[in-house]
Write a new protein. Structure first.
Length: 450
């Protein structure tokens, strides 16, 4: 009933999805007056944009060794905005020259929000180098923040990153402790992966305000890889439309399928021996036409077929295998699992089911014999406060429910080490995937129980 009520509520909002294919033109969107009180009529003062830059976030690029994208927001009274950057310097007066780049800025007007979104992609960085930067203008600057570029000279894969399932609800009061605990445990993570449903209501500014507030400087320190979930979509005309905020807040690699509905959501990046792929499963489960599914599937197969990286990780929202009967994403499984099996995808990180589960050795290999098992590890997780009941599933090695969780993943040459931690810091589950020449990955070091 809640799902139906949500769709009914959204049906009278402005049809905004798929209106934002580019960043260059201003956005002015007005929603129905009857629903202002439900959305942002009483917007907390802390989320009203000001001349001081806020919602600063780094997003991954196609070439993370030499480039980074910085996104931020200011009030609509701001004229020019820029980024200043240089190699990180411990001397407060700096010993190197400061570089400046003018931002690409765009007006954003929706509901009661009038703002300007800014972004800069820096493309001339040195690999394996720590940089410092700030954003703003002469009168209003952010603090100086730091990040490190990837190393493109490594002979063997080596990567550390953080993964979160759905934040969605309880974002500032409860998800904040999860992202901060994860950062404290892995402050030198090179990426943060978000498996969709970052917020609960796609076009509610307060939800986005809480998401940025919960992560604070972490968003501006470690590049993010995010894929949209069903809650990043509206359904005002019975079809799925991506949030008006998505493309304005996050510039992600533009190397995905040639389809406007998949732009800025299906993409990939290669980093230190690992290919990380974001898939838009909403445009599989609720695609407006079969052609959209075909484009994403064909793009994925080409990407996997010509993959030079030793490890492959997919992040997406809808699970191939769910944690409770009645929650079953048949389209996602039908279109994606055969490709994961055929090309040996190592790890699939998912959300949506608001529980924790993972499985590999009980899953049959597509097109294989009776005893052939998948070499792909499937993980479902949740990081926010919204929880679902679970029940034992034939595919899963372990299932846990009603727990806020974060994940730390380390890849070192032949071994992928995965650890699931509770929001309070205790280890919940762990496993290793070990590369075997000509064979599926070996699963070792298993912890947890059904």
């Amino acid at each position: 009933m809640k799902h139906i009520a949500r769709r009914k509520f959204l049906s009278s909002a402005i049809k905004v999805g798929a209106l934002l294919p580019v960043f260059n033109a201003p956005v002015t969107l007005l929603a129905g007056q009857a629903h202002e009180n439900i959305l942002d009529a009483d917007l907390p003062g802390e989320y009203i944009p000001t001349a001081l830059p806020d919602r600063i976030i780094l997003t991954v690029t196609e070439k993370p060794a030499t480039s980074i994208t910085i996104n931020w927001r200011t009030s609509d009274t701001t004229k020019d905005s820029m980024v200043e950057y240089l190699p990180a310097d411990a001397h407060p007066k700096f010993t190197s020259a400061v570089n400046q780049l003018k931002a690409l800025s765009r007006a954003f007007n929706f509901e009661k929000i009038s703002a300007i979104n800014h972004r800069v992609s820096i493309n001339d960085l040195k690999p394996a180098t720590q940089y410092m930067y700030r954003v703003g203008n002469t009168d209003n600057w952010s603090e100086w923040m730091q990040f490190r570029t990837a190393d493109n000279t490594l002979k063997k894969p080596k990567l550390s990153f953080i993964y979160f399932g759905d934040a969605q609800q309880g974002i500032k009061p409860l998800w904040s402790r999860v992202i901060r605990k994860a950062y404290a445990a892995m402050p030198d993570a090179q990426l943060i992966l978000h498996a969709g449903d970052l917020v609960n209501v796609a076009n509610k500014d307060q939800d986005w305000g809480e998401w940025f507030a919960a992560g604070e400087f972490i968003h501006g320190t470690i590049p993010s890889v995010m894929t949209p979930g069903n809650h990043e979509y509206t359904h005002e005309d019975g079809k799925s439309h991506l949030s008006v905020y998505w493309k304005q807040q996050f510039l992600l690699p533009q190397n995905g399928p040639a389809d406007e509905l998949l732009e800025n959501s299906s993409y990939y990046t290669d980093i230190q021996g690992v290919r990380i792929i974001s898939l838009n499963t909403q445009m599989i489960e609720e695609a407006p036409a079969e052609a959209c599914i075909t484009r994403q599937r064909e793009w994925l197969e080409a990407l996997l077929k010509s993959n030079p990286q030793k490890w492959t990780c997919v992040v997406m929202h809808h699970p191939v295998y769910s944690t409770k009967k009645g929650r079953d994403n048949k389209k996602t499984r039908t279109h994606l699992k055969p490709l994961f099996d055929k090309y040996g995808v190592d790890l699939v990180l998912q959300g949506h089911d608001h529980a924790y589960a993972r499985g590999m050795h009980k899953i049959a290999l597509t097109g294989g014999g009776p005893g052939d098992r998948s070499g792909t590890m499937y993980v479902v997780s949740v990081s926010g406060s919204k929880m679902y009941e679970t029940e034992p599933q034939s595919w899963a090695d372990t299932i846990s429910s009603h727990l806020q969780i974060y994940h730390l993943i380390d890849i070192d040459d032949q071994v992928l080490s995965f650890k699931a931690y509770l929001a309070t810091g205790e280890l919940l589950d762990a496993f290793d995937l070990i590369k075997q020449k000509g064979k599926p990955n070996k699963l070792a070091n298993r912890h947890g129980s059904l």
